[in-house]
Ligand binder design. Structure first.
Ligand code: PBG
Length: 326
């Protein structure tokens, strides 16, 4: 008599069949490698808070970008550390800023790499906030918009294919789109950090970028961990304002949000596996508490399974180079 108990017949499936029916895969073509660009030349300095990641001058960033491309990763996301900071983040829109310089060099040397530039003021302001401050120390959304817009136009003019506003000011996607179009930069795409939570998992990045707020925190403009429905509203607004792609950030602690946003939006939705997630995996692996390769691959696959079309991760280059993706 037939066995009436229904079982998933996993034991009958060999590896080939498991691969054939797997619902999720991970390809180098779906990854983005972040790079940190600093002033100077010939600089390649390990970042203490992000083991395995480097502060690179524009010339070194161009070399690194070529190697990233050769490994099969199609895109880099550039962050800049300026030579000086001030109240309004002046260096963010200068053509001679580290990121703008790196963009021009990478374009010249590795033309087919997709160049994304993180657009924000926090790496450029002396107070570390993502916008400009009022006298009472709060961020002035509307006064910040023209500065963020100018930074985006400057990055696009240098040759960025994609500008990625991560400041979370209201209305910045529409403002950036209008300014890009006015400048004739109609082909430049906008990747909006639409759903960005106020998270403790950005800690190592802020050390790397020297961008921790001097006073206060980012709860005035970044999202509240307790909310998920609000993410759908943020995503819908940025879509209406003209974003080409959306980002959910951080990744692993927000899989539910990622799944909901990916299901609700008509745009491609990516996930950012942020610095704190990377540091956590690295620390546990260094302590011998987990199998590094298996844990990283599992975490990336989880982001894909939840609906990420692409992933920004500090592991992109290494995982592609070592052939850990397929
Ligand atoms: C800039 C920005 C941050 C990150 C990406 N863009 C820092 C922040 O919002 O404080 C975090 C990236 C990471 O932690 O890996 N606004």
């Amino acid at each position: 008599m037939a066995d009436l108990i229904q079982r998933p017949r996993r034991l009958r499936r060999g590896a080939r069949m498991r691969d054939l029916v797997a619902e999720t895969s991970l390809r180098a073509a779906e990854l983005v490698q972040p790079l940190f660009v600093v002033p100077g030349s010939g600089v390649r300095r390990p970042i203490a808070s992000l083991p395995g990641q480097y502060h690179l001058s524009a010339d070194e960033a161009a070399k690194e970008a070529a190697a990233v491309r050769a490994a099969g990763v199609p895109a880099v996301l550039l962050f800049g550390i300026p030579p000086a900071k001030d109240g309004v983040g002046s260096w963010s829109a200068r053509p001679d800023a580290p990121v703008q310089e790196a963009i021009r060099r990478i374009k010249g040397e590795t033309g087919d790499l997709l160049l994304m530039a993180d657009t924000c003021l926090c790496e450029y302001t002396d107070h570390g906030h993502c916008g400009v401050l009022r006298d009472d120390g709060s961020v002035d959304n509307d006064l910040s918009l023209p500065l963020i817009t100018a930074a985006a136009v400057s990055q696009a003019a240098a040759g960025a294919d994609v500008v990625a506003p991560s400041d979370m000011m209201d209305g910045r996607v529409a403002a950036i789109r209008a300014a890009l179009d006015d400048a004739g930069l109609v082909e430049t795409a906008i990747l909006s950090y639409a759903v960005k939570y106020r998270s403790a998992f950005y800690g190592p990045f802020r050390e790397a970028a020297g961008s921790a707020p001097r006073e206060g925190d980012r709860s005035g403009y970044q999202m509240d961990v307790r909310n998920a429905r609000e993410a759908l509203r943020e995503a819908a607004l940025d879509e209406q304002e003209g974003a080409d792609m959306l980002l959910v950030k951080p990744g692993l602690p927000y899989l539910d949000v990622l799944q909901r946003v990916a299901g609700a939006s008509h745009l491609p939705v990516g996930a950012y596996q942020v610095s704190g997630e990377y540091a956590m995996l690295e620390a546990a692996a260094a302590a011998g508490q987990l199998d590094r390769d298996a844990a990283v691959t599992e975490s990336l696959l989880a982001l894909k399974r939840a609906g990420a079309r692409f992933i920004i991760t500090y592991y992109a280059f290494e995982w592609a180079r070592r052939g850990l993706l397929r």
